[in-house]
Structure formats: C-alpha cells, structure tokens
Design a protein around this ligand. Structure first.
Ligand SMILES: [Zn+2]
Length: 274
C-alpha cells in the first residue's frame, strides 16, 4: 500500500495526466489544487512525513484555515506527475489563521507548492463559500485556442461568454453562468489572486488574458470537463472565424440559447443575452 493507491490521490494524478495529454501543460505550465475531505486526509495521514516549516502566502482566507490541499509543485511539469508523484505534487496543511501553508507529504527534496497557490487558495475560499462547501477543485491550464481568443475579442465577460455559448450547443448547459475575464496581469502574485477571486464570486471559470483559464468545480470530472468544454468551444470559434474570414453566415441566436436553457433546466445569466 502506497499513498498513490488511495483513490483521491490516484484520481488527482490522472487529471494531471489528462491535462498533459490535451496539450494544455507545456513545460511547467498550469497548476491543480484539491481541497481534501476529512476522511481523505485521514486515509493519507499514515503516509505524512514530518511537517515542513510554515510559509506565508501573502493572502489570508480564514474560512478554510486548517484544511488540507493536494497541489502541484512550483516549476514542476504535469508531464512528470504520474511518473514521480512524490517529487511533483504534495499535500499542504493551512495554518489556523488561513495565511500560511506547510508541506505534510510530497514535494520532496525542497520543492514548493505552485507559485499560483495564493490564487488557488483565495479562489477555494470564494467558491467554497458560494457553493456551501461543495466546490473543491481549482484548475489552471494554458489551452491555446482560448488564449488566441484573448487577442481578438474585447476582454469582457459578455464578449467571451456570448462567443463561447454560440460556439457549441452544449456550452450554455455546461456553464450557464458564463465566464469572467481578467485583463493581462503579472501572474503569481496577490493582485491577480484578488482579481480572479473577485470574479469567482460569480463565475465557475475565469479567463486570464494572453495566459490561460481558471476553472472551479466540485470534483475532478466536472472541473476537467469545464476546461475541456470551454477550450473545445474556443477551438470551434477560432476555426469558424478563420474559415469565414471573420464573417459568420449564422450562429446560435439568443432565443435558441433560451430554448436550450429551458429544455435542460438551467438558468442562463440573463445579462449576457439580448
Ligand atoms: Zn499559467
């Protein structure tokens, strides 16, 4: 028995491999965190090593103080996670004030959690509060077609949501609330963490201009599926714009979007219609 035999760790590693296979994680691009359930922490605890030192995050989120997170490592490659989990991912504990982490398993030989951990942590706080604790996954990747869209469309939630909803019929069902957009910012710091978490109060996904996408969800399937659906829609948008040289003969109209929502029992964010 190893920690990698525990289902939640195995599923986490599988999601890293799936993202790599999609081509969303060149070099050390992207990061994934998961807020563990108490029973998952207990299942992993026999494998915990002596805790490391507390490291301040630069942000504070008291609501998730004391919780444990699976996280990818700073500078680590998704491509390598499945081959060598102990050196590429880890489990961190958050302190009682909600402003520092320490490593309790993995990230061996001096590795650290992803440089986006403060962003992830603040987004976990916001999404957990918005969903009564249901949301546990924050996932950041570099899907190429969506990034390409950020060079062409105005950087507004309305422009991106409408373009994506119109690009595939499943989109309004998968993200009826739409997507938020963060203007270009320096990654890795408290500023982009705060800007993203502000959007995450409303949206399950936030586009980072010229950089990538942040997605949140209750589990790995839903969160990976959201990233996958948005990037697939972005690919269709890019293909249609390219093939039509910027002119579309027809699209999914607002009344079509409303009809989809009615049929599938979801509530579209009305401010993006009409
Ligand atoms: Zn990134």
């Amino acid at each position: 028995m190893a920690i990698t035999d525990i289902k939640i760790v195995r599923d986490y590693i599988r999601m890293c491999s799936d993202g790599w296979e999609q081509g969303w994680h060149e070099r050390n691009g992207g990061n994934l965190t998961y807020r563990m359930r108490p029973e998952e922490v207990e299942a992993c605890r026999p494998f915990f090593t002596g805790p490391g030192a507390w490291t301040e995050m630069g942000v504070t989120g008291a609501s998730l103080a004391g919780e444990y997170f699976l996280t990818t490592g700073s500078g680590k490659y998704f491509r390598n996670v499945a081959l060598n989990p102990e050196h590429n991912i880890g489990i961190v504990e958050i302190n009682g004030r909600g402003d520092a982490w320490r490593i309790v398993w993995g990230l061996a030989d001096g590795a650290k959690p992803t440089s986006e951990f403060p962003s992830h942590y603040m987004n976990h706080c916001v999404r957990a509060a918005a969903t009564n604790g249901a949301y546990r996954v924050i996932y950041h990747a570099h899907p190429a077609n969506l990034i390409a869209m950020t060079y062409v469309l105005p950087l507004t939630a309305r422009d991106f949501t409408r373009a994506l909803w119109q690009s595939a019929t499943e989109c309004p069902v998968v993200f009826p609330g739409g997507v938020g957009v963060v203007p270009w910012m320096v990654p890795g710091g408290a500023d982009i963490a705060m800007a993203t978490s502000e959007l995450m109060k409303e949206f399950d996904a936030a586009v980072w201009a010229h950089h990538g996408l942040f997605c949140s969800g209750p589990d790995f399937d839903t969160t990976f599926g959201l990233m996958h659906t948005i990037e697939k829609a972005a690919q269709i948008w890019v293909l249609a714009q390219s093939a039509g040289q910027g002119r579309l003969r027809q699209t999914i109209e607002d009344d079509n979007l409303r009809a989809i929502a009615k049929e599938f029992g979801v509530t579209l964010n009305e401010k993006f219609l009409g």
